[in-house]
Design a protein around this ligand. Structure first.
Ligand code: MD6
Ligand code: FE
Length: 217
């Protein structure tokens, strides 16, 4: 937390944007840490590979997922929930790497949430065509904490609505290293991702990786 990196000070031209009370878009915030994030992610995926889980309704999700941290988000025919162990391996989820935690806390602080202690990090992998329908994140017991969301690799159009599914949505074009912080009165707002377009990122290849940090328990 005490190490200030140059790239954090001389960020690109896009400026931080408050989307509404409680939600903030921090363009390029993860840039200076991308190599560390990449290395840490590779070791997580070795222990707990990406997999396409099933919704309670029996549909296979187009987004492949894994987790790190004390708790991991899972879904199957029994429902959505958090589990301490990876149901595929029976092992605890890999621990949250210090670089992940430091990044999430720095972003939360910037958005006005000074004491963020996430116990879960859901890692989403989108290949072209993968999407996330409008949903609310409401499986977390502690709704006072924000969610910190990081985009790596290919860009995606993020839909950001309101408290009701039918509320109008804003469309945000999130690119590599953008961070969105989401809490307070916006914590339960509907959101989603439109089908990913094909592309190639020199460092991350042909997929979009999204890390979302949550305080669950
Ligand atoms: C994604 N993100 O960006 C999906 N949820 O791929 C989410 O579902 C999400 O970005 C809560 C808060 C921020 C998010
Ligand atoms: Fe979500």
């Amino acid at each position: 937390m005490s190490l200030i990196m140059k790239e954090d000070l001389f960020e690109d031209q896009r400026t931080n944007l408050r989307l509404c009370e409680g939600a903030m878009w921090l363009p390029g915030f993860a840039k200076s840490r991308e190599a560390f994030l990449h290395t840490a992610l590779q070791s997580i995926v070795k222990q707990a590979p990406f997999r396409n889980m099933f919704t309670p309704g029996g549909f296979r999700m187009s987004v492949a997922m894994t987790n790190c941290g004390k708790l991991g988000w899972v879904t199957d025919l029994a429902g959505y929930r958090y589990e301490e162990k990876d149901p595929e391996s029976g092992l605890f989820w890999p621990p949250m790497p210090p670089i992940f935690l430091e990044m999430a806390q720095a972003a939360a602080l910037k958005a006005g949430f000074p004491a963020f202690f996430p116990d879960a990090c859901l890692i989403n992998c989108y290949e072209p065509g993968a999407k996330m329908s409008l949903h609310q994140d409401k499986n977390e017991r502690d709704l006072s904490a924000p969610i910190v969301s990081i985009t790596l690799g290919l860009p995606a159009t993020f839909l950001f609505g309101g408290l009701n599914r039918a509320d109008p949505v804003q469309r945000l074009f999130l690119i590599h290293s953008d961070v969105v912080v989401w809490g307070g009165p916006a914590r339960l707002f509907y959101h989603g991702i439109i089908p990913l377009k094909k592309g190639y990122h020199p460092f991350w290849g042909s997929a979009r990786i999204n890390l979302t940090f949550r305080k669950v328990a």
